[in-house]
Design a protein around this ligand. Sequence first.
Ligand SMILES: [Zn+2]
Length: 625
Amino acid sequence: MLARIAIGLSILIWIVGMEFLSGTSMADEKDPSIVQYRLSFRQADTHRVDIEVSVPTDGKSEIEFMMPVWTPGSYLIREYARQVEQLTAVDGKTNTPLSIKKKDKNHWLVDCARVDEVTLRYSLYCHEMSVRTNWVERDFAFLTGAATYITRADMLDHPHVVRIDALPNWPKAASSLSAVDARDPWTRRAANFDELVDSPILLGAIDIQTFDVGGAKHYLATLGGESFWDTASAAKDIAKIVEVEQAFWQDTPYKEYWFLNLATETGGGLEHDNSCVLMTGRWSQRQRAKYADWLGLVSHEFFHTWNVRRLRPKMLKRYDYNNEQHFHELWVAEGITSYYDDLFVVRSGLGKPKDYLEKLGKNIASVQNAPGRLTQSLTDSSFDAWIKYYRPDENANNSRISYYLKGALIGALLDVEIRSKTDGAKSLDDVMRMLWKLHRETGYTNDDFSKIVAEVTGESYSDWFVRSLETTQEMDFSKMLEWYGLEWKKREPDKDAPTDRPVFGNVFVGMDLLAQQGKAMVDKVTRDSPASHAGFNAGDEFVSFDGFRITAETWPERLSSYRPDDICKCWVARRGKMVELSIKLASQPETSWKIARIAKPSDEQEQRWRSWLNLQEPEKTIEPK
Ligand SMILES: [Zn+2]
């Protein structure tokens, strides 16, 4: 009942809002130092928002407008200006058209001699569902700051005010941007352009759950979950993660925090200072593994509240919205965040240690099975995120390594180094807290990070850092396994395989196929694999194997009838021309990257294991292997 009353009131406010409540922001309207927006959604059906932005001219005869080309947290030039349509400029007082010309891809110059205020009008096409782009439709709107706002290029440090003419069926707005007036949820204010860019807005029929942790207010704003989400229980789970992460950092640098949860069948997350965007499936909460992934996503994005939002690599201290900003520390910003995300799900009691080990094993396998680990170092992966990580092609697995995955593993290995060096007295947790304390204001470099590890352990780790970050030397997991009492799980024998060895089906080829209009297309070829030695190319149509036609669907079954070392003739069609290839099949790699606890851990191992995962009681859910 209460919720319904609240919704009804919101609609009433919306209906009368623009006429009467506009008076509440009169002070802002008269303030010449403010950039003011008005967003209207009368073209929502065609995925457009119409935007007006008014700025003072300060007596200048020409002023320059700018729109970001990328958004912090997602390191790819996205050219947001490509969605701008019908851009015009007028005298803000008289509505007289002004001359406007484009200076470059994301800057415009407006001729404004003898004009006090310029109003720019543009229509923005919003039809890309992701955490770093915009979406507008009849039912709701999701706006990403960088993808939405054009501002006066030299007014980035000034306040920016946004007024929203929402549709009548959008009763609520969810955003960390504060309301100019508590009675008017449709007028929001940012202290500067950075805050505006950092504050996505969700509009529609949103379910909002609130909870307090550590003296701060938190909101879970869910859209699109229909009846498939129990948001009250999801909020309770988030509260546990928030509690653990606040305790981890021993400092809560915000008063209010918004989890914007869009259950719209797209995936992903993006961090902001006082909010994050989570995109997930409608039914995620009903599936154990998917819900565990969602909790991991919550944990990840929330950890960024500290790591990468407020505690930044030095090169990212001031955002440059016009250009790429290259830096070597993404393995800390994203990798260490990834190390902690699933760990906090366990530490908060929401995840099982067994599931955590399974995920850890999968992450190790992803890195160890990627030939790119021998091609690209972790610091190069960080630096080239803009041109490699965010632009994967069919060769990506051969040429690059993920700073998320390898960064998380380096974080895990470093954690063990610190724990073992200090006999369990210190851990990576202490390093992160010291990094926060010493470098929150200044930003940090990899060198600063290494120095803190030296301070915490009393020993220089510079060689370890050079080896782990700047070379492609293989990672050594033995110390980690020994410390916590873990081991590699033996490969489980294939139950269907015949007993006479070598077995049929235990073969490795090294290529991925895609089914395309009934054809088996070669999607990716692993470097130094039987497929690459045979001369398969990405883009080939795989026509026949050992004299018989194959399809993407029948390929796994066909392979199961062959043995390692078998040599087979294949035909592929390459740009329309038939090419004969010969492939020598190999054995599946023997190594298993699955992790299990050893049968009889020592008391020390048991104690370290519990301390790592914050297990208060002896873990009963883990069965001996
Ligand atoms: Zn992240």
